[in-house]
Design a protein around this ligand. Structure first.
Ligand SMILES: [Co+2]
Length: 383
């Protein structure tokens, strides 16, 4: 699960009805028809010269040029009109097909919070409604801490893997939440998002244009959706945090490409990590790769230190930056870039959690928790 960074350029627009989602191209655009070049350079009763009509083939012989010209021009207008109508119909069909393919995301019903048995230890923020401040302490572990981090991260990875197997058309995000909740509880862990700053569910499910922090609800997944599932578990006093974007049914090529490049961006960010490396290298490498494909890197949501505290320093920026600081062996943090096809600006739903691209375009995200080692980084949230 991500955290809102401090370098925010985001607009805080509330969603207004009809603002979000696909826009219909105005049909009036096609009204001034400019198809066949028709140039009547001269037209008189005594002599007629046609030019620019070669597209229409050989002209009939004109015994009475003036009259024939009028008739011919009428025919042309009829043709123009027919073509204009046809074009408008084709445009409309293209538009409705597009809309049918992907409706703007709509809110469903959010069911009551699921209970957690008393014997499961809860993180300290549970029971408070304010979003906790980001802790200034970097999380650097001894061998005992590393072993616990490994256990928490392994569990998070297994839960995410399982959650991904549930993704298919007609399944609701609420059903995914329930299954994830149960698996975490059964493992003796606590689902970290539940009750974090008042978040009402055990996992984040972010569909299509939702960038992150989507709340599981009664909406059924549709064929062609992409969905990020973001799992964080709290096990033996340590958080493990990971997310992945899954395909639901048949997904468009453009969505597949966005998802693939987003995963590659995360991997490239991880590849620069090692003891002593500058944090800003992560954003540089991610941005370079995203830019090659014309994608935007969202600046508002950042990676973070993770360990005994859910969100701490260092703040990991995924975009180009000159923030200082270097990685230290034994340190754990997340890298979790969000890429978009269109704008990187976001708007939120009135729940103040669900974040969507301001233009309704697709967003994808991947996240791993990593451990900094002397020569590189170990991905802890791997199955
Ligand atoms: Co996170």
């Amino acid at each position: 699960m991500g955290f809102v960074g401090f370098s925010s350029h985001a607009v805080s627009l509330q969603l207004s009805a009809g603002f979000h989602g696909q826009t219909f191209p105005s049909l009036s655009k096609s009204a001034p028809y400019a198809g066949i070049p028709l140039t009547l350079s001269a037209a008189s009763s005594t002599g007629t010269t046609f030019s620019g009509l070669s597209l229409l083939g050989p002209l009939p012989s004109l015994s009475r040029p003036g009259k024939r010209l009028v008739v011919f021009a009428r025919k042309l207008w009829g043709l123009e009109e027919a073509m204009r109508i046809r074009r408008e119909r084709e445009e409309l069909e293209a538009t409705t097909t597009k809309v049918r393919k992907r409706q703007p995301l709509r809110r469903g019903r959010v069911s009551p919070r699921l209970p957690v048995p008393d014997h499961i230890p809860k993180p300290p923020y549970v029971g408070t409604s304010a979003v906790p401040e980001i802790s200034s302490e970097h999380q650097i572990h001894d061998s005992e801490g590393i072993a616990r981090m490994r256990a928490a991260c392994q569990l998070a990875a297994r839960v995410l893997d399982y959650a991904g197997t549930l993704v298919r058309p007609s399944v609701t995000t609420n059903e995914i939440d329930k299954a994830v909740h149960q698996m975490i509880i059964d493992a003796g862990a606590y689902p970290s998002p539940l009750g974090y700053g008042g978040f009402p569910k055990s996992v984040c499910t972010s569909v299509n244009e939702c960038m992150c922090h989507g709340i599981p609800d009664s909406r059924q997944l549709q064929d062609g959706d992409i969905i990020n599932i973001d799992v964080t578990v709290y096990l033996n006093g340590y958080h493990g945090d990971t997310s992945k974007t899954f395909f639901c049914g048949n997904v468009s090529e453009s969505a597949k490409r966005l998802v693939k490049i987003t995963e590659e961006c995360m991997e490239r960010g991880i590849a620069v990590c090692k003891d002593g490396a500058a944090f800003r290298k992560i954003g540089k490498r991610i941005s370079e790769h995203a830019e090659k494909y014309g994608y935007g890197v969202v600046e508002r949501f950042v990676g973070h230190g993770v360990g005994t505290v859910f969100h701490s320093e260092p703040i990991i920026l995924h975009h180009r930056n000159d923030r200082g600081g270097c990685m230290v062996e034994g340190q754990t943090f997340t890298i979790e870039p969000i890429l978009t096809i269109g704008t990187t600006e976001c708007i939120s739903w009135p729940d103040n959690w669900t974040m969507l691209t301001a233009d309704g375009s697709l967003a994808a995200q991947f996240e791993h928790t990593i451990l900094i080692t002397r020569n590189g980084a170990e991905i802890l949230t791997k199955c």
